[in-house]
Design a protein around this ligand. Sequence first.
Ligand code: AMP
Length: 261
Amino acid sequence: MAVFSRCSRAATAPTRIATATFAYVIRALSSSSFCSSSTLNTETDLNNNNKPAALGTLQREPKGRNVQWVFLGCPGVGKGTYASRLSNLLGVPHIATGDLVRHELASSGPLSSKLKEIVNQGKLVSDEIIIDLLSKRLGVEAAKGESGFILDGFPRTIRQAEILEGVTDIDLVVNLKLREEALLAKCLGRRICSECGGNYNVACIDIKAENGRPGMYMAALPPPPQCESKLITRADDTEEVVKERLRIYHEMFYCSYRLDL
Ligand code: AMP
């Protein structure tokens, strides 16, 4: 609840926060190590700075629209869990680009096998594909007359941050952090109900205090009885792939650790 009231207060002063927070995201993504990442393979649309059509449906003016928030953080940090709870409380769509990617991957569309290969190696999908998927999702939202969003896992590259900043104002960016030891365990313990889509976690994190560092306890998030027999594990939640996802995440967010904003 403390997080929620802080977030609510922040959302009442969107313009200043938008500028400050977005400058932060772009700085955070602007580390030199990011530039050596293999993810900047965007093609003509993005290079020409064209705004994807549906992104044009986003509104800058905070009056009369819902919150426009961004949740960032390492794989396994729990951004999806918090974003989805807040989206229920606030009545705004929770848009996770990871979900959009998995949805496309599970389809028999032309991108499916390409995405499967990228995701199952723990790599990032190209900016072009992500912007395209997000544009389509926002187009659906606009058609339904919905406004506002909590974005989860987007932006993840400088280019994505620049594009988002170019089309709308973001009221709040939440960058969640969790101790490294806990992240791998959280990813490996993640379970999803194949029927209702609910997210659970069988890992109980119990790190003892050591060398002046405090201990940490995070209880498991067990599924309700009706989901127990339907649990599945994400294909990219294997130890090898999670380590690669964490490596790529740190490579890109190196700068944010130094800024410690
Ligand atoms: P997530 O569910 O956020 O862990 O995302 C799962 C996978 O989808 C990631 O490992 C990436 O391959 C891909 N993905 C999700 N969001 C993005 C993004 N904003 N940019 C690039 N790739 C993404």
